[in-house]
Ligand binder design. Structure first.
Ligand SMILES: Nc1nc2c(ncn2[C@@H]2O[C@H](COP(=O)(O)OP(=O)(O)O)[C@@H](O)[C@H]2O)c(=O)[nH]1
Ligand SMILES: [Mg+2]
Length: 450
């Protein structure tokens, strides 16, 4: 258990007027503070209805007070929760009173950090608290709830167990060479490694989905003026967000719209068409287009289907950032009564469609999901969980180490070394080998009171 001396307090509900406001206090002074404000005799885990009074005995509010004795509380320390009327004056008065009674104002995420440091939750679970709060789609919220309940951590811990067993196995060969037990040459290690690598691939697939659900995708519409970018934004969002005219250069400022595609938050950015212009406002817009491309995941490159890819598009292609994925949209097929379809051009997908009639819109959505590798139905047992870039990077490093162990089967030393590295990466996900800097960074993204 962590040696806690500080008692922290914060308003845990969002600011502004509301039905109720919650003030949370955690630490060794929590019970005493709760008793002083509410008049004492607090039954644990029971909603106690009380009058909350200040140090002069004046009434602040009437409400509920709850006492969760440690270690069976969210943080692992004693916790008091005041539920009073919402609104900034009442909640602030109760908080001020707690601070007068020697609590200190909690930092962002400090309650969750204590829960982590007291081993109530692991790091991946702590991270999923913020992801649950910030989720913008139901699917993202469900996946975060799964992670918070420990499903993701369980998968990681099972892998870890298997990995440690394997390591002991290999290290036994190193420690007792005279025993003549050469598991490696018997092929047992190879088989176990193979199993582990296969399970890893599955988890990486599920974690990539989880990362998409968490972070969403940003989609940038690019192409010549008048090719139909704003029309496509309107079709995708189902609203008349962007002005559509047949005058080239109509869109100057970037316009964005958020839609939900199978649970993934898609942020669509309509931009000024890329062309040489003397109009200073349009020039600014074009600069914005380029900077959106720097940050976007997918460029939807619109082309007039009648003209196909011209020198113009080839020139723009050369300037596109390397990291951005690309889907071609051959638009305005209605003008020649063409059929909507998806074609493959080398590694690029081409979607033939009409932004005006909406024909082919579903094909475009399919192409987007394919481009980011999103599978609608993960195979049966693969559970959904939220994941971050940090988790994915760790998983990929584990995978790399396992592969290089497989390539170095001739040397037990090298295999043992790779397995040790893999173990370290894997346990960084749940927080076993995590630096204070990283912890600081993770918990600073929380809101105060969580
Ligand atoms: N026939 C037809 N016209 C379209 C289509 N998409 C856009 N347009 C027209 O092309 C013109 C320019 O469209 P707009 O969306 O403003 O293009 P942007 O400059 O790329 O944003 C407008 O007159 C649209 O109605 C399409 O699929 N078919
Ligand atoms: Mg436009």
């Amino acid at each position: 258990m962590l040696n806690v001396t500080k008692t922290i307090a914060a308003i845990s509900t969002a600011s502004g007027a509301g039905g109720i406001g919650v003030i949370r206090v955690s630490g060794p002074l929590a019970l005493e503070i709760g008793q002083k404000i509410s008049g004492g005799n607090l039954k644990p885990r029971i909603a106690n209805f009380r009058s909350f009074k200040d140090l002069n005995g004046s009434l602040i509010d009437q409400g509920l007070i709850l006492f969760f004795p440690g270690p069976n509380s969210f943080t692992g320390d004693d916790i008091i929760e005041f539920q009073c009327h919402g609104g900034s004056v009442v909640t602030q008065s109760v908080l001020d009173l707690c601070l007068k009674l020697n609590a200190v104002l909690a930092e962002p995420g400090e309650f969750s950090k204590r829960a982590y440091l007291n081993n109530k939750i692991d790091l991946a679970q702590a991270e999923s608290i913020v992801d649950l709060i910030n989720a913008t789609t139901l699917e993202a919220a469900q996946s975060a709830a799964n992670s918070l309940s420990g499903k993701f951590s369980l998968e990681i811990n099972n892998l870890l167990k298997y990995l440690i067993e394997l390591r002991m196995y290999v290290e036994a060969c190193l420690d007792f060479p005279e025993e003549d037990i050469d598991f490696i040459s018997e092929g047992k290690v190879e088989e176990k490694l193979q199993n582990l690598t296969e399970t890893m691939s599955k988890i990486i697939r599920a974690a990539s989905q989880g990362q998409l659900l968490r972070d969403g995708i940003s989609l940038v519409l690019v192409g010549q003026p008048n090719v139909g970018k704003s029309s496509l934004l309107n079709q995708l969002s189902g609203e008349n967000k962007a002005i559509v005219t047949d005058i080239p250069g109509t869109t100057r400022d970037a316009i964005t719209s958020d839609i939900n595609l199978k649970g993934i938050a898609l942020n669509i950015i309509d931009t000024a068409g890329l062309r040489d212009t003397d109009d200073p406002i349009e020039k600014f817009g074009i600069e914005k287009t380029w900077s959106s491309l720097e940050r976007g995941h997918i460029a939807l490159f619109l082309v007039d289907a009648n003209k196909g890819i011209t020198e113009y598009e080839k020139a723009v292609l050369k300037r596109l950032p390397d990291e951005i994925k690309r889907i071609w949209v051959f638009n305005k097929i209605d003008l020649f009564k063409g059929k909507s379809k998806i074609e493959q051009l080398n590694s690029d997908q081409i979607v033939y469609m009409s932004a005006k009639t909406g024909d082919g819109l579903n094909l475009l959505k399919k192409a987007i999901l394919k481009e980011v590798g999103f599978k609608e139905n993960l195979e049966g047992s693969e559970s959904k969980f939220i994941a971050r870039k940090r988790h994915l990077e760790a998983l990929e490093n584990v995978h790399k180490s396992l592969q290089s162990a497989q390539l170095n089967m001739a040397s037990a030393e090298l295999v043992a070394e790779e397995l040790t590295i893999a173990q370290k990466y894997l346990s960084s996900i749940t927080g076993e080998f995590t630096s204070d800097d990283l912890l600081g960074e993770i918990f600073s993204q929380f809101c105060i009171g969580k």
